[in-house]
Design a protein around this ligand. Structure first.
Ligand code: NAD
Length: 368
């Protein structure tokens, strides 16, 4: 769709809160590092968007982003509050370190902006509870950067599980295994290894996987218990507080039991690496990533639950969905409840590991 077609189609958008001016949505990006630069590239390819402002505290990143977006001549800021004061900014993308997400999202919503905030939405229950309250009373769109929710294949698998293809769900086994640690001198090293800024690896990264488990399960955890730590890279880089490996068990409200591991030391070539989600039911199991159902009945053949290739990468589709919701007023694929419950699921597991005891969801103190 080109800008003119977009302008015409948006004229028909009648839903409450929808953007009906027909003009491209004035967009700001806060945090133009690795992820922010990627989002900026996708936004520049969106027919209904114009990049009007950019913000980063690091001048080199800001300059690089301004060069990328030169077509739209954005203004640049080092203080995100100045960006939020701009009337021509209607939507913002937030891709700063994790400890800033909740505070920046709340400020952006209170300034009347549509907000796409990277995952995790927050790293502590109290600020997540506050964000939930503010986003629920806002008239603008709020979307979490949990792009798996925009994967058509995963949507189809979740729908088939809800229909009962695997019978009553009883167990999930899932993992996120990498062969190496994040680069110790890399561009995100100034915050990533500090659990007070990242929320630790379970909140920073595995929030995607845990949200997908919640989704496939159709429920939320009641309690968690587990163990972990910096097992291979203790104090590397110096002062590190992030874990590099852990194992967790969750019990869901619908009775499903889950086992989840994340490691950064799965040797190259050793079987069982990477990410997977295996969902077990009374009638068989589903390999979520390939979208295949394996019936338990002897001799029964596996059943493919999804169409073949994704039409569009789920990451790009997720950004497109955000603008579609601004135009139409539709509910985003990863709304604030999904973002907050994903983060809380990860925090529940993290706290069980840190406190070396079983943690109950109600102890988090956030009413969903
Ligand atoms: N959805 C995904 O799959 C995905 C993938 C990668 C990263 N992320 C998330 O995106 C976020 C950023 O990750 P990254 O890898 O881009 O990190 P990064 O370090 O490359 O980028 C963060 C940027 O934020 C800037 N920043 C820090 N404080 C700021 C402030 N107060 N105001 C404005 N800018 C500020 C930094 O200077 C940096 O340029 C993280 O929360 C991460 O979890 C999500």
């Amino acid at each position: 769709m080109n800008r003119r077609e977009f302008a015409l189609s948006s004229m028909g958008a009648a839903a409450a809160g929808a953007q009906v001016t027909g003009e491209p949505v004035g967009t700001g990006v806060i945090g133009t590092g690795n992820r922010g630069a990627y989002l900026l590239k996708v936004v520049l390819g969106e027919p209904g968007a114009k990049v009007v402002a950019l913000c980063d505290t690091k001048p080199d990143r800001l300059d690089k982003a301004a060069t990328m977006a030169a077509r739209d001549t954005p203004v640049t800021f080092s203080d995100y509050r100045r960006l939020l004061e701009r009337k021509d900014v209607q939507a913002v993308f937030i891709a700063t370190p994790c400890d800033l997400h909740a505070e920046m999202s709340i400020a952006a919503l209170q300034a009347g902006k549509h907000v796409y905030c990277e995952k995790p939405l927050g790293i502590e229950p109290a600020s997540l509870g506050e964000l939930l309250r503010v986003a629920r009373s806002a008239k603008t769109v709020f979307q979490a950067g949990q792009q798996m929710r925009s994967s058509r294949n995963l949507q189809q698998v979740a729908a088939r599980l809800r229909e009962g293809i695997a019978g009553k769900l009883v167990m999930i086994k899932a993992q996120r295994h990498a062969g190496d640690d994040l680069a110790h001198e890399g561009p995100s090293a100034d915050w990533f290894f500090d659990a007070k800024r990242s929320g630790d690896v379970i909140v920073e990264m595995a929030v995607h996987n845990l949200d997908a488990c919640n989704w496939m399960c159709g429920s939320l955890p009641e309690r968690a218990a587990g163990f972990g730590g910096a097992l291979v890279w203790a104090n590397v880089p110096p002062g590190r507080t992030n874990m590099d490996g852990y194992t967790l068990s969750y019990e869901y409200r619908n009775g499903v039991k889950m086992s989840f591991t994340q490691v950064f030391f799965h040797p190259n070539g050793m079987p069982g690496s990477g990410q997977f989600f295996h969902v077990f039911g009374t009638e068989g199991g589903v390999d979520v990533s390939s979208g295949t159902f394996y019936p338990r009945a002897r001799g029964a053949k596996p059943v493919k639950l999804v169409e073949s290739a994704e039409e569009r990468s789920s990451r790009d589709a997720h950004v497109a969905a955000f603008y579609e919701c601004i135009r139409t007023g539709a509910k985003p694929p990863a709304d604030v409840a999904i973002g907050v419950t994903g983060a809380l699921t990860a925090i529940l597991g993290r706290e069980a590991i840190y406190r070396k005891r079983m943690m109950e969801w109600r102890e988090l103190g956030v009413d969903i």
